[in-house]
Design a protein around this ligand. Structure first.
Ligand SMILES: [Zn+2]
Length: 293
């Protein structure tokens, strides 16, 4: 178990000296992970000192951390972007405003058809939020600067290393069930075998890959990114989610009917942890393999 001190050290915010997209100097403005227009679709908070429904766990060696910060997740903003060029420029115009009309029917669980162009607008929005949310905790920003530049210039996710899936999720909010967090992220370190072999300790000291999950209303969004070239294109979720998750990035040529088969709480927990558990399995096998002298 991680000690209290470990947890405090762990949630140190990073220093953000300039806009993470265009590099403009301060003052920087805050970007909402859950935009204002989406707040009406989030669960209402009535309790004082409400848990934010934000979970973060990652495999550093054998330690796992789970963070549940007090406060309303609606107010979660990351102060990391300039106002003119980014926050009130391309981010609003090309990403937020162009994705919002496609997101709302999915959030409300309305029957519709999602065409490839709309899938790309939704994926770009999800990737933007994932890139911003990384800057909440020191050491968790895993995205390469050139990939942020790509999104800024082309308004679509980077062509390599990113995968985005969506699902229809209505949480079972009974008192006995584990309440599913509205945001969950798992950063991790992936290395090619030849590099890993040079590290006798096999302990992650930094991260280069991440999974993150966001839930708004009935919409479940899962984003994976990794610099390992073949990993994301080959990644497949095991049943039961194979039938209920729709991959919207890399681009597909087909339109899809919404909603697909709904996900249960168990499906949501499985999906948000599947990639991390896969990585943990590899790391466990590496640790158990004796290092050759
Ligand atoms: Zn900027």
């Amino acid at each position: 178990m991680a000690s209290y001190k470990d947890k405090l050290k762990y949630i140190t915010p990073p220093a953000i000296p300039k806009c993470i997209f265009c590099g403009a100097p301060p003052p920087l403005t805050g970007e909402h992970i859950f935009p204002r227009w989406s707040h009406q679709y989030l669960p209402t908070t009535t309790e004082k000192n409400y848990e934010s429904l934000r979970g973060i766990r990652n495999p550093i060696d054998s330690k796992h951390y789970e963070i549940k910060k007090p406060g309303d997740i609606r107010h979660w903003k990351v102060q990391c972007v300039c106002s003119t060029t980014c926050n009130n420029g391309w981010m609003r115009r090309e990403i937020e405003d162009s994705a919002k009309p496609h997101l709302i029917p999915l959030i409300k669980g309305e029957e519709c058809r999602i065409f490839p162009a709309a899938q790309t607008r939704i994926a770009a929005w999800a990737v933007l939020k994932a890139m911003v949310a990384e800057w909440t905790i020191k050491g968790h920003a895993t995205t390469n600067h050139m990939q942020r530049k790509y999104l800024m210039r082309h308004y679509i996710p980077p062509q390599k290393g990113w995968g985005v899936w969506i699902g229809h999720f209505v949480s079972d909010r009974s008192k006995t069930a584990r309440y599913y967090p509205l945001w969950e992220a798992h950063p991790y370190l992936l290395m090619p075998d030849r590099l890993a072999a040079r590290r006798p300790d096999k302990v992650a000291t930094y991260f280069n890959s991440q999974s993150s999950t966001q839930v708004i209303g009935q919409l479940f969004i899962h984003v994976l990114r990794s610099p390992m070239p073949n990993l994301i294109p080959r990644w497949r979720f095991a049943p039961p989610d194979r039938g209920s998750l729709l991959r919207i990035w890399p681009q597909s040529q087909a339109s899809v009917v919404w909603p697909p088969k709904s996900m249960s709480d168990m499906d949501a927990v499985y999906t948000s942890n599947a990639f991390m558990n896969f990585i943990l399995g590899i790391q466990r096998r590496e640790r158990e393999t004796p290092t050759q002298a």
